[in-house]
Write a protein of this length. Structure first.
Length: 245
């Protein structure tokens, strides 16, 4: 039995929290969940949230069958059962973790301890779940899962980033972020994904040494940076920056 990686790049193919608002992640743990007594228990990620009004919410993100995955005794990790060797990329748990990384959470910090996300302050949105064989529901029903759109404060941050979701960001920091991403993409052979950018922002010595590091991290995933990178010859497709052909 071994602990499973929570990093999106390691994924294998195979109740009622409001969206579109600021939320704080109070705690995250792996547990069993039976959809409030409606089905046999599954293995899931349980995330406790609070909003700016102090309201408390709990969301369960399905991770897989207990025949494949089980929570560790402290709830911080997932452990494999039998021949299971990773989270499937289409589970709600995986979708949630991928959104974290796409929003800028360093993938290298998502090793095998989910408590690393305790203390995150985020902006939440609803994302349509992938179609799954055997999923019950009325024809035409659209199932969604709560995911992360923007991160305002990392658990280890002393200061909170400005809570700006749609307003234009300052051009100076956009220019710096675009130059950094262009450098990283060139060094990576002409393309780079959001997870690697997020990791570099919090580990690259040159980036960390910049006095504007916090502002750069704040704007790195903005639409303004995507536009600025066109001047460097990079276009954004899916979750990757690619050198223009």
């Amino acid at each position: 039995m071994s602990k499973l990686s929570l990093k999106p790049s390691d994924f294998i193919t195979g109740g009622g929290v409001p969206s579109d608002r600021n939320l704080n992640i109070v705690s995250a743990e792996f547990t069993y969940w039976d959809y409030n007594g409606q089905t046999a228990a599954i293995t899931a990620l349980k995330v406790a949230y609070t909003d700016d009004d102090g309201a408390e919410y709990t969301q369960y993100y399905s991770a897989g069958s207990p025949d494949r995955l089980k929570p560790s005794s402290d709830g911080k990790s997932l452990e494999s059962v039998g021949d299971a060797n990773g989270l499937t990329s289409h589970s709600n748990c995986s979708i949630f973790l991928e959104s974290l990384v796409e929003a800028g959470f360093p993938e290298n910090k998502l090793a095998d301890d989910i408590s690393i996300i305790n203390g995150l302050r985020i902006y939440s949105v609803a994302k349509e779940q992938p179609k799954r064989a055997g999923m019950k529901g009325k024809p035409g029903d659209t199932k969604v899962v709560l995911v992360v759109s923007k991160i305002f404060k990392m658990p280890w941050d002393k200061k909170q980033k400005a809570e700006v979701v749609t307003e234009a960001v300052e051009s100076e920091y956009v220019a710096k972020a675009a130059a950094i991403i262009a450098r990283l993409a060139a060094a990576a052979g002409g393309s780079i994904g959001l997870p690697k950018i997020g990791a570099a922002i919090y580990t690259d010595p040159e980036i960390l040494a910049d006095p504007d590091h916090e502002k750069i991290a704040e704007v790195a995933f903005s639409n303004e940076v995507k536009v600025a990178l066109l001047a460097y010859g990079f276009t954004f497709e899916g979750t990757n920056y690619l050198a223009s052909k």
